[in-house]
Each structure stands twice: as C-alpha cells, then as structure tokens.
Design a protein around this ligand. Structure first.
Ligand SMILES: [Zn+2]
Ligand SMILES: [Zn+2]
Length: 156
C-alpha cells in the first residue's frame, strides 16, 4: 500500500498522451488519482539544410525521450478522481494487442487504440499493468534478512 505508479495513456481523440498516476489505496487495489499532461510530441521536423547537403553525424544517441523503466503491477484497477485531460472521459481501456492504455467514453462498447490502431470490443477488466512504480517504503527491504540466522541461534 501507499505505492504510486505512473503510466502513459493516450486520448482516443488523438489529441495527445498524458501520465496517469495510480495510487495503491488498498492492497493490490489501484486507483487512478491524477492526470499529468505530457509535453506535446514534436511534429516531424522539416528536413534541415544539413540533410539536403549531406548526412550529418548524430551528436547524441536518441534515447533521451521519456522512457522510465517499467514494472509489472498486478491487482485491481479502479478509476478514482482522474479523467482524461483532453476530452474528460472517465473510463480507460487497455489494448489487448499492444498493451497501451486509451481513454474511452463511459458505457462505450468498442474502443480504438491510438498507438497501434487496433479496434475491438471491450471485455473484462484490467488485472495488470506496466508502469513506473515509486516505492516510498524503501526501508522495508531491510526487514527481511534471512542470512542472519543461517548458523542457528547464537545465544550464550
Ligand atoms: Zn480522452
Ligand atoms: Zn494497441
């Protein structure tokens, strides 16, 4: 409990993506609490004059985009106070094909996945998600140190 998970979601209108913040309010029960807008993705740049003149070396590897390490989280997922910052939808669907999340209207039966274009009917509920988990209770790991007792009790 008390953990937070951030995962990227897309608006079904195609207006953009945002970060959904889930909070584990009960054990293995995750509630979406907050939507943090992502900066708009840069439109494809027109060819620069470097490309017209010749091929330029890349100055840096292009791995500096938002791409946090992901963790697999299991449990039940509920909609809390969060709604889609672009269209106000309060329901979300996980694509069975690519696993990305897209908003959809409440009561909707079909969804369209923005990142991969998959379309289909909605069935079942989400039981796992990949997200970036911020564990606020890092000290917990120090509680389990089974190595200490491997020689048996050392009472004198
Ligand atoms: Zn939306
Ligand atoms: Zn998809």
């Amino acid at each position: 409990m008390g953990q937070k998970m951030e995962t990227k979601m897309y608006c079904q209108t195609g207006k953009g993506a945002f970060i959904a913040v889930f909070e584990e309010l009960k054990s293995e029960e995750w509630y979406s609490m907050e939507a943090k807008p992502l900066p708009p993705e840069k439109p494809a740049q027109k060819q620069s004059f470097f490309q017209k003149l010749g091929l330029a070396f890349s100055s840096k590897p292009t791995t500096t985009t938002y791409n946090p390490p992901k963790k697999h989280v299991k449990g039940a997922f509920f909609i809390g106070d969060m709604k889609c910052p672009f269209c106000g939808n309060k329901s979300f669907v996980k694509c069975g094909s690519c696993g990305e999340l897209t908003c959809f209207p409440e009561g909707g039966k079909r969804f369209k996945c923005i990142p991969c274009g998959n379309e289909g009917e909605i069935s079942g509920t989400i039981s796992d998600m990949d997200g970036d988990v911020n564990n606020d209770r890092k000290s917990d790991s120090s509680l389990s140190r089974p190595e200490q007792r491997k020689n048996g009790p050392t009472l004198r």
